[in-house]
Design a protein around this ligand. Structure first.
Ligand SMILES: [Zn+2]
Ligand SMILES: [Zn+2]
Length: 177
């Protein structure tokens, strides 16, 4: 979906779009859409620049970093972006006011803002740095690949190097005594 900037009202424009299933193509992203996003927000003109802010609600499916199982992630993200005209010769009259605020920048073309790109990008940005199915996910056995959350394999557990270091310390102090 595109937001048309043609004849944008002087007091800005609000938008509210519930995406339909399959309306967005997330295939180039690290997630799938469990429930299609709802996006609400407003566009305000500042000279040739457009300030676009709002909120996105969605549920994503991502992969647990440890066990590779699917995880459903509810996302509620707010955004506040400045869209500059693609043609730099159009000039940026809002430059001094807006650019000083350190807002994220994007580009619009043909008097339109591509809302799909905005939504997909913002969802990607709001993914947690580590995706875990649960805090104490046991992950996969590095030897046989068994999911250690649901089964115990027969592979020998290597000694955690931290415990080994402690054991070494203990032996050392015993020797000193
Ligand atoms: Zn997991
Ligand atoms: Zn194993």
């Amino acid at each position: 979906m595109n937001i048309s900037l043609f004849r944008l009202p002087a007091d800005g424009l609000t938008f509210n779009h519930q995406y339909a299933t399959n309306e967005l193509d997330a295939s180039e992203h690290q997630f799938e859409l469990e429930s299609p996003p709802l996006v609400t927000g407003r566009v305000d003109r500042v000279g040739m620049d457009m300030r676009v802010r709002g909120e996105i609600k969605s549920k994503l499916i991502a992969t647990c970093d440890r066990c590779l199982n699917e995880v459903v992630l509810p996302i509620e993200a707010s955004f506040d972006l400045i869209y500059l005209p693609e043609d730099p010769s159009a000039g940026h009259s809002g430059e001094t006011e807006l650019h000083e605020r350190d807002l994220a920048l994007a580009v619009y073309e043909n008097d339109q803002i591509n809302l799909d790109d905005l939504v997909l990008e913002q969802l990607e940005l709001n993914l947690p740095i580590r995706v875990l199915c649960r805090e104490d996910c046991q992950g996969l056995c590095s030897e046989c690949g068994a999911d250690l959350n649901s089964e115990q394999c027969q592979c020998q557990k290597p000694i955690d190097p931290r415990w080994q270091a402690l054991a070494d310390l203990k032996t050392q102090s015993e020797q000193e005594d």
